[in-house]
Design a protein around this ligand. Structure first.
Ligand code: HEC
Length: 105
């Protein structure tokens, strides 16, 4: 437990210095089941009318996720996505957006 906390603290300090993607973006992506609908690498959608998201602008997808979560974006397919958005905090959405933006389209 202490080891883990120390690791988290270390990552928090080191993150702004290193250019590498946030350590837990990949973990969140599978933990929160994003991979099921958007593909393990974000570039292969489950359904033809689901979006590929890999490599998309971080700011744009962060906004879209916040809007889907709040209900401000409610297109035909948003409901499928909204169902999982209660699992992610706004902070996690930011981490996910940064992670997804760095994936290869
Ligand atoms: C049950 C299937 C499903 C799951 C699980 C899911 N999504 Fe989605 N997602 C969708 C669908 C469908 C859309 C398109 C919604 C629409 O048409 O408005 C979408 C839209 C998005 C968008 C906006 C794309 C754009 O170009 O505007 C992003 C970003 C996104 N999802 C990321 C995620 C992340 C990150 C997770 C995990 C926390 C996740 N999704 C989980 C189905 C899902």
């Amino acid at each position: 437990m202490h080891k883990r906390l120390a690791f988290v603290a270390l990552t928090a300090v080191a993150a702004p210095v290193m250019a590498a993607p946030p350590a837990d973006g990949a973990k969140l992506y599978t933990e929160k089941t994003c991979n099921a609908c958007h593909g393990p690498a974000g570039n292969k959608a489950l359904m033809p009318d689901y979006p590929k998201i890999a490599g998309q602008n971080a700011k744009y997808i962060e906004r879209q996720m916040l809007d889907i979560k709040s209900g401000a974006r409610a297109n035909g397919n948003s409901a499928a996505m909204k169902g999982v958005m209660h699992l992610v905090s706004d902070e996690e959405i930011k981490v996910l957006a940064d992670y997804i933006a760095k994936l290869k389209p």
